[in-house]
Design a binder for this molecule. Structure first.
Ligand SMILES: [Mg+2]
Length: 225
C-alpha cells in the first residue's frame, strides 16, 4: 500500500542499514546460530549453554554501543569474529526494492545518508558485497560518535556534523527504540520497516511503517529531479 509522504518537506533522508536496506536474516543467522557453532567447536559447550551465556551478557548492554561492538564480542567469545562473519557473506543482500529506492534518491535533489549502529568493520564487510557507499552521500556509524542511535547525543552529533535540519528530515529504521529516539530528537518523518528479516513474517511495532520500499517509490519517482 502506498505510504503518504510529502517529499517537498524533506531535504535529508536518513536510512538504517541492517533490517532496513539489507535483509536482517544475515545478522540474525550469525548471532543466533553461526557464532554459537563456532564457539561450541572450540569450547565443547552445548549450543544452549553458549546461547544463555551470550543472551545474559547481551541484556546488560541493550541500547548501548557495546551491543553492536564487534571488538567486544570477539573478546567475549575468544574468536576472530570478522572471519566468522565473512563465512556467511553470501547471505548479505538487499531487502525488496531497496536498490531502486536508493537509485531514485540518487536522481533526486535529496541528500541520502546511512545512519547505522553497525561497527565500521561490519560496514566494510557489507560494502565488499554491496556497493552501498556509491549509492548514498555518506555512511555514518554511531561508533564514530561514541553513542548508539538509541541515545539523544547520537542525534545531536549527527545533525551538527552534517548540518541536518531535523525538521526537514526523513528517517527509516526497523528498531522501535531507535525510532522513538529519532522522534524525540525532532525528526519530521519517521517510518518503521515492518519486514526486516525476509525469513520471518512481517511485524509492526511502531505507529507508522511500511513493509517494503515499493510503498515509497511512486511518490519519490514523481517528484522528479
Ligand atoms: Mg536495523
Amino acid at each position: 500500500m502506498p505510504f503518504d509522504l510529502d517529499w517537498s518537506s524533506i531535504d535529508d533522508v536518513l536510512l538504517d542499514m541492517d533490517g532496513t536496506l539489507l535483509d536482517l536474516h544475515y545478522d540474525t543467522t550469525f548471532w543466533m546460530h553461526h557464532v554459537h557453532e563456532i564457539v561450541g567447536r572450540l569450547t565443547h559447550e552445548s549450543p544452549d549453554v553458549i546461547q544463555k551465556r551470550f543472551t545474559d551478557e547481551l541484556k546488560t548492554h541493550e541500547g548501548t554501543l557495546t551491543w553492536y561492538c564487534t571488538d567486544y564480542w570477539a573478546e567475549f567469545f575468544g574468536i576472530d569474529l570478522m572471519a566468522a562473519k565473512r563465512e556467511l557473506a553470501h547471505l548479505i543482500r538487499f531487502r525488496p526494492h531497496a536498490e531502486p529506492f536508493l537509485q531514485a534518491l540518487k536522481k533526486s535533489r535529496l541528500r541520502t545518508l546511512i545512519a547505522t549502529n553497525a561497527h565500521r568493520d561490519v560496514v566494510t564487510l557489507k560494502l565488499e558485497v554491496l556497493p552501498l557507499d556509491q549509492m548514498v552521500d555518506g555512511i555514518v556509524s554511531s561508533h564514530d560518535f561514541g553513542v548508539a542511535k538509541e541515545h539523544p547525543d547520537f542525534w545531536r552529533h549527527l545533525f551538527e556534523q552534517h548540518a541536518i535540519d531535523p525538521g526537514r528530515a526523513l528517517f527509516i529504521d526497523d528498531s522501535p527504540k531507535v525510532l522513538d529516539a529519532a522522534e524525540q530528537a525532532g525528526v519530521r518523518e519517521i517510518i518503521e520497516i515492518r519486514h526486516p528479516n525476509l525469513a520471518m513474517p512481517p511485524r509492526s511495532h511502531w505507529k507508522k511503517g511500511i513493509e517494503d520500499f515499493d510503498a515509497l517509490l511512486p511518490s519519490l519517482e514523481a517528484i522528479g529531479t
